[in-house]
Design a protein around this ligand. Structure first.
Ligand code: ADP
Ligand code: MG
Length: 260
């Protein structure tokens, strides 16, 4: 069995556990007149699993997208493993590669096989040799339980299988942190757990993770901390047990009463 978080050539995820890996300070973001992120301060420690929940439109996806600079920010700083994300340039591309992302829609390359989807990034962006990329990809596909689908096209797979391929593809880049933006919300109910189980395994292996999800079971099983967002702000954060049983803000209580 491959340890997903430490099989990379980079430093083991357990080194330096507890040091900040992702740090946002005073992050502000507007879309025109809309103030979508308001002075966000958030630290994710190495090896920590943080779940972000909050109503639709509260800025969760935008927050994720700023962390790998799919969105620019108007003010504040974002630091990954001690290095501040620049607005652009070669350094940005390198730091962005440290951040793996899995989206709600699987975003696989439709005309590439499953195996090619996983090997493409390492070969093109990291200069990994084809044979090495293929063997690592097969290990990762095996770990997420879809090695037997390697030669198929994404459309031939179920949604749950495709999302597990998306996880393998992100891991193939040896990210330091994995972002998941509602990874199970487009799935049929019977496929949700097969994806969540892969994520729980990753968390147990020590991967640093930031996960937007309304799956409370996942939060309870895997999260160290729940961050509640509303209206572009972090309203409160707590360990899952405390948050789900006795949220301190009226806004969180109101939100939980609607989803639980
Ligand atoms: P969430 O993921 O919590 O549902 P989002 O981060 O997607 O929230 O959106 C936050 C707010 O920003 C919403 O009001 C949304 O309509 C708006 N928004 C998101 N992306 C854009 C964009 N590219 N242009 C304009 N407004 C956007
Ligand atoms: Mg969203």
């Amino acid at each position: 069995m491959v340890d997903l978080a430490t099989a990379s050539s980079g430093p083991a995820a357990h080194d330096d556990e507890g040091a900040p890996l992702v740090e946002l300070r005073g992050v502000d973001k507007h879309f025109g007149p809309l103030h979508v992120l308001k002075q966000i301060d958030l630290t994710v420690a190495r090896g920590e699993v943080v779940v972000i929940i909050g109503p639709s439109g509260s800025g969760k996806s935008t927050l994720c997208r700023t962390i790998n600079r799919l969105e620019t920010i108007d003010a504040g700083t974002i630091t990954i493993d001690g290095r501040e994300l620049p607005a652009e340039g070669r350094e940005l591309a390198r730091l962005r590669a440290d951040v793996g992302m899995v989206f709600q829609s699987f975003n696989l390359f439709a005309h590439k096989t499953v195996l090619e989807n996983v090997t493409l990034g390492p070969i093109k962006a990291k200069g990994v040799k084809r044979a090495a990329a293929r063997s690592r990809a097969m290990e990762l596909l095996d770990r997420v339980g879809v090695a037997n689908q390697a030669e198929k096209l994404p459309a031939q797979l179920s949604g749950g299988q495709q999302q597990r391929v998306a996880v393998a593809r992100a891991l193939a880049m040896d990210p330091k942190v994995m972002l998941f933006d509602e990874p199970t919300s487009a799935l049929d109910p019977e496929m949700i757990n097969e994806v969540l189980d892969v994520m729980v395994g990753l968390a147990r292996d020590g991967m640093t993770m930031l996960v937007v999800t309304h799956e409370m079971g996942f939060a309870r099983r895997a999260a160290n901390r729940v961050v509640f967002m509303d209206g572009g702000e972090i309203v409160e954060q707590a360990d899952p047990e405390t948050f789900f049983t006795s949220p301190s803000s009226a806004r969180a209580r109101d939100f939980l009463s609607k989803i639980l």
